[in-house]
Design a binder for this molecule. Structure first.
Ligand code: 5GP
Length: 142
């Protein structure tokens, strides 16, 4: 594990951030390059590079705080109509800061944010095959 990231500096108070929430385990602050106004990041205080390194209990806490923040965003002057959660795990997924973090992104109509993709419905047999493969991986991981 690489213990250094800009988010570790923010957690330690060595780098500035516009903080909105803090408890013993988690810190949330505004993203410096927001996708939409009010875009927040929720980070564990104990650094983990990615999901594989993250204590699942702490992962649950990130989601729990994300829920709290989603409600606060709707009630604040951000006054969003909706919220997206986003988490990039790995370079290919778009992760840039290797201190795991949950994006909480407020949404308003026409804000321009969205996921790009080319979803198509595969044959059921293909879905079942992959489901079996993933079930196998889950069993091996137990
Ligand atoms: P990722 O692509 O790793 O999921 O997202 C990293 C996020 O961290 C980006 O949205 C980026 O704007 C944000 N970020 C990077 N450096 C800083 C910083 O120093 N302060 C804050 N508040 N956000 C940062």
């Amino acid at each position: 594990m690489d213990p250094y990231s800009i988010f570790s500096d923010i957690v330690a108070g060595r780098a500035p951030a516009s903080r909105v929430y803090e408890d013993d385990d988690v810190l949330a602050f505004l993203d410096i390059r927001p996708m939409t106004p009010g875009h927040l990041l929720v980070v564990p205080k104990k650094p983990a590079r990615d999901l594989a390194e993250l204590d699942p209990v702490l992962g649950g806490k990130l989601f729990q705080v994300g829920q709290l923040l989603a409600a606060a965003l709707r009630d604040s002057e951000v006054a969003c109509d909706g919220v997206n959660f986003f988490l990039a795990d790995g370079v290919t997924a778009g992760q840039e800061v290797f201190h795991v973090h949950l994006h909480v992104i407020p949404r308003t109509p026409g804000d321009g944010f969205g996921l790009r993709g080319r979803p198509r419905t595969p044959p059921r047999a293909d879905l079942d095959y992959l489901a079996g493969s993933i079930r196998g991986a889950l069993q091996r991981g137990r």
